[in-house]
Design a binder for this molecule. Sequence first.
Ligand SMILES: C[S@@+](CC[C@H](N)C(=O)[O-])C[C@H]1O[C@@H](n2cnc3c(N)ncnc32)[C@H](O)[C@@H]1O
Length: 416
Amino acid sequence: MNLKNLKDHLVALSEQLAPYQQIWDREILGVYPEGLASYNEAWLTDLARLSHDQLWQLEARESYPSLPAGELRDLLKLLHSLTQLKTISITPQKPLPSWAFFHVKEKKKHEIEVLMGELSSLKERLDFKHIIDIGAGQGHLSRILSHYLGLSVSCIEQNPELIELGLKRQDKYPLPDGGRTFDFLNLQINGLSSLTDRIGLLSPDSFLLGLHTCGPLAVYQLQSLLHSKARGALNFACCYGKMTDQKTMNLTGLIPFELSPFALTLASRSHARLSYQDFCFKERVKLYRYGLHLYCHEFRPELGFVSVGNSGFKDYYAPFAHYLKSKLPGKISADEGEIQAWFLRPRIQDQLRKMFLANIVRWQFGRALECLILVDRALYLKENGLEVELAEYFEEGLSPRNIGLLAYRCSPTRAD
Ligand SMILES: C[S@@+](CC[C@H](N)C(=O)[O-])C[C@H]1O[C@@H](n2cnc3c(N)ncnc32)[C@H](O)[C@@H]1O
């Protein structure tokens, strides 16, 4: 990716997002009722025309073409095109013994299978000798890379319990011929110096791998690459909501707005496969949650915004009045019949519907916000002399945080 393309991409994303900041930067409930005014009436009318099935497909990010021609459709089309990236396809590997993936979830297995092929070819291409797996968890990825591809790997992990699990697992099954063991360093990375100050940890032969590095850890990984002589890095970010320092969300300084915690949560939105049943359940949860807010707004405004946790499945299939009373024990004096009649009034049902549809619109901005953060990181590394590539590595339905940022030095600075 060249500097100009990246810069143009960042500018296009921020120009596209800026006019809709009132939508993506705030949650509908947090600014009720004014927040709804940011949603064009015509968009909500277009959405109201869709069948339930089509709404589900839109929410699941599977299709927007079902929308009638108009502003909303054009907006979604543009967001879609700005978030399209090259995709990495899986390289078939020799079969592994049955125990290699024992107790490894389908999502993790898929990620590892993709990364096996990718890291083998990157090793050839970039000629690194050692991988440092940052935020390795119990080291499933490192175990497969070292045991079955014979790569030299060290893991860094802050949680000693995960390290213990990883070490036990390493000893449990036979090491194949040509396989290597891997080691762990129990370390909490708090900034650039955590890695770069460790003499010998980052050499020109090192490659920094971070699979789902939470919040700022991704930035620490990339900055450590930049400020060391390491050969390259591949990072998959996650949990953007854990970032609190605006500087880490705008490394180039080119993003013309700040990202609120709500925007960051939206950037980490799940794009995982959403079944029709999940969609129907999500709708019920939203309608009850919005209903509770509307009820308080009308009858108990002194309560302000009420935070309520999730309820059990069956609570959302009980009458709304029952849900409301269980969420606000002792605070609602009206009887269940009155509450239920209020909830079923056309005025309330219309308002709830609008909020539900508006939330579907808001949801569509999640991927663009994520791309904004990642293109900014890529551009920052590029401006500092590294080669960068952004691509989708995993099947989005299985592993939603699937964008990998690869950065490397074209001509390595060898210490010797
Ligand atoms: C989402 S998990 C990913 C684990 C593993 N890479 C995987 O994909 O299965 C993130 C891991 O990073 C670790 N972690 C988070 N912040 C860290 C930090 N600042 N320093 C070291 N480890 C950290 C967490 O304890 C956790 O195990």
